[in-house]
Write a protein that binds this ligand. Sequence first.
Ligand SMILES: [Zn+2]
Length: 288
Amino acid sequence: MFVGVLVLPLLITAGRAENGRRYNEKTTVAVNSDKNALLSGRKLPARQKAASRQADVPPTAPSKYTFRPTPALPPVQPHVVSHGNPSEKKIALTFDACSTHAPSHYDERITKILVETQTPATIFLGGKWMEDEPAQTKYLASLPFIELENHTFYHPHLTKLSDEQVRNELRRTQEAMYTLIGRQPTLYRPPYGEYNERVIKIAARLGLTTVEYSLASGDPDPHFSKDVLINYVTKMARNGSIIVMHINGRGWHTAEALPEIIARLRARGFIFVTVSDLIHSEQKLSVH
Ligand SMILES: [Zn+2]
């Protein structure tokens, strides 16, 4: 627990340095820089439309399954991880499987590439996504170099929900994974990169650390072609980057670009690790 306190300032500072994201503790609002806003959708109508479709699902809709309750996880220090150690050539590739209003989608080409290239990665799974894709959830769980974490149940704007609704979103996703594969996440990623101090604290009490990213690939924008994605991601990647892409079919050109992204970054000496591994090496650095 003491280690977490030491790690927090370094992680947030490093995240600011790379993409200009700022976390204002007074207003508790995550603010994107203009550059990142271009990638995150504020100036991209097509992506905004896609995002609002995802948010339409009411967070109280009944589930298809009876979930097993999860054993309680020990609480963690409330903090946000958006970057790893800037002095190590490690990069965390992350893929979001956002739940969608209609049956969720799955881009199996991405998993195939990760398997073929033996590339460790962290995949944040929506609870409803797991309901829609139980076989794929089990398959992903069988891959030892893939880490599966929590991406809320219905992909809501967490900052707009009540405390109890936030807890339900996180808990039900924990339960969905526990029911399907017998294990539960310790990390979660808030949809749309939206979080505040209240959300971070609720999650921390449930034993979940908030994970953001330092490099938005831009893959939800259909106009980000294969070549644009390859060039942008490989140009912006740094030591300790947490790169976000999508595995739910909304990363339009992700599967086409991924082999080249992996090959180019490996050729430059980067090592791919899971987010947990990235955090672990950050903690070792802070302790010594
Ligand atoms: Zn998402």
